[in-house]
Design a protein around this ligand. Structure first.
Ligand code: BF8
Ligand code: SF4
Length: 625
């Protein structure tokens, strides 16, 4: 077992890890150790269990079998495995988007008490994009039609997804030319699963092209709908001050933590936490108030829109429970370790699962639906308050750190004075060299938060603006990079620009579905310059990714023209052909590639070199890296 210093760069993680050892609580890092050595066939993508003539494996050293029972070779098996990862990631985000569309439809039908249209302006602008007439119509009628039109995007009624219209013209033409224009959101995932069935698509290139189309159906479809409908129902984010790390839990208050992804649950919990009756009950029970905090992406959703404090990212979720300070944790879906119920069982914490599609051991299941959510949230918050008196010893070992979140594209453009021009001018003048979206998870294979924070620091030092989402955004906030004063850590040009605007050099764009905000921003910059996204001095990075969703995000970034550097190696090294296509060949197909570099110092060099290369090609000043 590595020392705590080697496990995480953050003080709260280290101190709480010690506590878990004292308490005899097992964490993700111990389980990761217990899994060593992990299967080399799976790691290289060379195992296949798609059918039961197998399972099969290909010997990477050329001595053992080179074909599966059906005859599939290494290229086919590796491509199929990667494509199924992409399909699973696209399905996850897009299904989350579908749940929001259902809430929007229920609101329109008057069947979702407690929810409402919080941003009519956004509803109207999205309606216009969907060709829904708004003049003289009432809000709920517009909402019903928008929900309906979005549902069509999920199926097979369209030749291409509606929101593709946001992509630069050149990009859309390219997608059309190479045959990856996504049609129905569900259709592409379904077709991906079909093609990877035994005996269907056995061209590793054609499989991977469908992988691109499937990922695009998430980025410009399911995830984009998730973000847009969340903005309509809960408001377009604007800059908000907040606090982060485990120190956001309060010793003197009832602590409720929301975990998962869909704001449909967490927004209702927030509402209940503000109820005067429940606050009075909390005081009766001896608590000074009710403190709601988030972890992971549903936490990001609340942080972006309401400044709700953030207790931690993916690898912190077990440790947050070990404080003994959490009265209740509510989860919906995605990235919720099935260990959490067991860990909560060592403390007084009540664990509640809320989604009809996600059950967990050691949790009580209390299902949320649009029609009962408001009532259910009030009941559960009441029960959390009542649980306060069962609390035993509490260990909250750190003070929270300040951060600013809430940078939607609308907010960024607003901060720039209403157009992206000032940002472009700064890029043209070389004050800002370019911008990088750092996204994704934590992974016990990588020192917790080290990749995110190191890469962000190196980029801002070199005048590269960083925008981040998901678990990255928690890491950089904890490291103090998300306050306006963090410009002191930036290079002179970025410092000057961010200083003048009063914004941090690392901007929080939201949850993982909100990666689409990066696509929208990139499109706005490309349009303003009259070029394609792949011409811009931009890059993406996922320094600590673990999930299928992150694989999909990386793929839609690359398919949209954004060079993307991954930290952990995806399971593809068993096929030199697949590796070659992903890291070189795609340049000729979509004008961008993947790179893999686990060392964030080296990843920063790769990205800087890429950005300077793009600057040069645009005729802008460039430096040798
Ligand atoms: O969607 S960054 S660990 S919490 S997958 Fe999960 Fe990864 Fe975090 Fe959010 Ni995204
Ligand atoms: Fe083996 Fe082919 Fe079946 Fe995969 S699909 S398990 S390679 S027989």
């Amino acid at each position: 077992m590595a020392t705590f210093e080697n496990i995480s760069i953050t003080e709260d993680a280290r101190l709480l890890l010690e506590k878990t050892r004292r308490d005899g609580v097992e964490t993700v890092w111990q389980r990761h150790d217990a899994q060593q050595p992990q299967c080399g066939y799976c790691e290289t993508g060379l195992s296949c269990r798609i059918c039961i003539m197998g399972p099969c494996r290909i010997d990477p050293f050329g001595e053992g079998p080179q074909r599966g029972v059906c005859g599939a070779d290494a290229d086919i098996i590796v491509a199929r495995n990667l494509c199924r990862m992409i399909a699973a990631g696209a399905a996850s985000h897009s299904d989350h988007g579908r749940d929001l569309v259902e809430v929007l439809a229920a609101v329109a039908a008057g069947k979702a008490p407690g929810y409402r249209i919080r941003d009519e302006q956004k509803l109207k602008s999205v309606a216009a994009e969907y060709g829904v007439e708004t003049d003289g119509k009432d809000t709920l009628a517009i909402a019903a039609e928008v929900a309906d039109a979005m549902m069509e995007d999920y199926g097979m009624r369209r030749k291409s997804l509606t929101l593709l219209s946001r992509a630069p013209e050149k990009r859309r033409q390219l997608w059309e030319k190479i045959g990856v224009t996504p049609r129905g959101i569900d259709r592409e995932t379904s077709e991906m699963m079909h093609r990877t069935h035994m005996g269907v698509d056995n061209g590793w290139q054609s499989l991977l092209l469908q992988g691109l189309r499937n990922a695009l159906s998430d980025g410009w479809g399911g995830s984009m709908i998730a973000t847009e409908v969340s903005d309509i129902l809960f408001g377009v984010p604007s800059p908000k001050a907040t606090t982060v790390n485990v120190g956001v839990l309060r010793e003197d208050q009832v602590n409720i933590v929301v975990h998962g992804h869909n704001p449909v649950v967490s927004e209702m919990i927030l509402k209940a936490c503000e109820s005067p009756d429940l606050l009075a009950l909390a005081r009766e029970k001896g608590a000074a108030g009710i403190n709601l905090a988030g972890v992971c992406c549903t936490g990001n959703e609340l942080l972006m829109r309401h400044g709700i404090p953030m207790a931690g990212n993916h690898l912190m979720t077990e440790l947050v429970l070990s404080t003994g300070a959490v009265e209740m944790m509510l989860v919906d879906y995605q990235c919720i370790m099935p260990s959490l119920g067991t860990i909560a069982g060592c403390y007084h914490t009540r664990m509640i699962s809320t989604s009809d599609k996600a059950r967990f051991p050691g949790m009580e299941h209390r299902e949320f639906h649009p029609d009962n959510a408001e009532k259910m949230a009030a009941e559960l918050v009441r029960e959390a308050v009542e649980n306060f008196t069962r609390r035993k010893q509490v260990y909250i070992p750190v003070q929270p750190v300040n951060a600013v979140g809430g940078f939607s594209v609308e907010a960024i453009v607003g901060a720039l004075g209403g157009t992206p021009e000032p940002l472009l001018d700064a890029i043209k003048a070389g004050k800002i060299r370019g911008a990088v979206g750092i996204v994704g998870c934590n992974n016990p294979k990588i020192k917790h938060d080290y990749g995110h924070v190191t890469l962000s620091r190196r980029l801002i030092e070199n005048d590269i603006l960083v925008v981040d989402t998901g678990c990255v955004s928690v890491a950089t906030a904890k490291a103090g990079l998300k306050v306006p004063e963090a410009i002191e850590m930036a290079g002179p040009g970025l410092k000057e620009v961010c200083g003048a605007l009063g914004i941090p050099p690392v901007l929080h764009l939201g949850s993982c579905v909100d990666n689409v905000r990066i696509l929208v921003l990139a499109s706005a910059l490309a349009d303003a310059l009259g070029v394609d996204i792949s011409d811009l001095p931009l890059a993406g990075a996922a320094p600590e990714w673990y999930s299928e969703k992150a694989a999909t995000i990386g793929t839609y970034f690359v398919a949209s023209g954004v060079y993307t550097v991954l930290g952990p190696m995806p399971p593809v090294t068993g096929s030199a052909n697949v590796v070659g296509l992903l890291t070189e060949g795609l340049n000729d197909v979509v004008g961008a590639t993947f790179a893999v570099e686990p060392d964030p110092e080296k990843a920063a060099m790769l990205i800087r070199r890429h950005i300077e290369g793009k600057r040069k090609a645009l005729g802008l000043s460039s430096v040798e890296v």
